[in-house]
Design a protein around this ligand. Sequence first.
Ligand SMILES: Cc1cc2nc3c(=O)[nH]c(=O)nc-3n(C[C@H](O)[C@H](O)[C@H](O)COP(=O)(O)OP(=O)(O)OC[C@H]3O[C@@H](n4cnc5c(N)ncnc54)[C@H](O)[C@@H]3O)c2cc1C
Length: 455
Amino acid sequence: MSFEVIVVGGGFTGMIAAAALSRTGAKVTVFEAAQTTDPRFRGELIHPRGVRGLEALGLKAALFAKGAVAVTGFAVTPGANEPASVLPYGPEQGMGLGIDHHQMVLAMREQVAARRNVSVTTGKRIVDFVREGTRIAGVRDVNGTAHRAQLVVVADGRQSKLRLLLGLEPNIELLSYTVAFGVEGELPHGRMGHVFLGAPGPIHAYPYGEGRIRFCVDVPLGAAKGKDAMVALLARDYAPVVPASLRDAMIASLRDEPFEGCANHSITMPACAAPGVVLVGDAGGCGHPLTASGMTNAMNDVLTLGELVGRSGPSDAALSEYQRQRYDFVRMRELFTDALYEVFRGHDPGSRALQQGVFRYWASSERSRNASMNILSGEEVRVSRFVSEYSRVFRRSAVDVVGKLVRDPRNGTARLSSLVKTSFARMEVAAERAARRWVDRHRLELHELPDVRQG
Ligand SMILES: Cc1cc2nc3c(=O)[nH]c(=O)nc-3n(C[C@H](O)[C@H](O)[C@H](O)COP(=O)(O)OP(=O)(O)OC[C@H]3O[C@@H](n4cnc5c(N)ncnc54)[C@H](O)[C@@H]3O)c2cc1C
């Protein structure tokens, strides 16, 4: 299939988009605003589904050559000195990986730019679209030069300015902040991603090179600003839930090295395609980084897009179908990420009860651990599966709360027990219906391509 594509943004998504689209025979031009890589902190842990995508695009080996390490699953610890629930990736899924983000993007860029039908230009910011009626026919760079193509792929990240020019207003919620820093050492469960709970926000720690651990600490919105205040907060409220062997290194790194800070947003988009243009990766929406799903979602975007336009070119029908298939995958992930973040933050009694329910659920069977891990890592894409797993956790938490009520001598009657059980069962059904409605509501918005302003 012969057509020209412009990709705006040469980050993770822009690079995999260029790799996926060039395989269709398209001629791909990438424009990246930064001279090298965007200096802001970005994700580094990729689930097996994303790694399989990298392999299919011929990019996996280059990342391991640049220091990536295999990641084998997740270990989640409910509080200080408590044992972890260990959730390995299944053998059929393969390995995840961890790598320094900037090294990763540079390695991918080198690989992709060497492909016959791809060109990558850095230091070139795109500021507008070229329009033909209601169709996007190219882009305009910061010098006013027009570049034309049959398809524009917008991969300019979570703070995308270009999506606004398409009239696509995101729904943005600022959730919290991440403080990220590196530490030398080994995590207790070696090559796993670790989540430590029990502090004011969850801590995500994972290997991103041999003997190197990245800590991503979730800090509430109201936390005091400034380096000294942040170091004091993390040393006082967060270090106690980190394994004792890593505490000193964590505090020393915070005190002596520069650390990165960034805002955690939940961003949902009403649509992600218009005639001649699509949004991919974070430009199309993102969630809290806790589930480490951004790059796996982005991989799903570009493989879906590549397959559809590879078959029939960048027709309106193909872009519309991209939008539909993308949201089938991404909406479920958004729902899951929002729910898990609330539960792991444990800010109110309800979410703390659910958190306990999650750990008991994981302790109950290998099946439950596998089912959760399949959702977390993007292997399971059916919304119905998410809803049924959520219901199981909800039931466990409900049983626990009911048990406490019934054991309390002030309440202890069989009638009370049955009443409370019934009301929890109703709540469970209500939660399930709400989740389904949420998904359906968003599905309804998918099929209409938004009007594009005339330029
Ligand atoms: C704290 C944090 C932790 C995370 N952890 C994980 C994780 O462990 N696993 C995971 O999968 N995901 C994680 N994510 C999400 C992950 O970082 C993103 O999903 C991923 O970076 C998206 O890539 P992207 O290319 O779409 O956007 P970005 O990485 O933001 O890249 C956008 C690129 O577009 C360029 N650009 C912007 N505007 C223009 C323009 N006008 N013209 C030309 N170029 C432009 C930028 O310079 C940049 O290079 C995390 C995110 C955060 C914030």
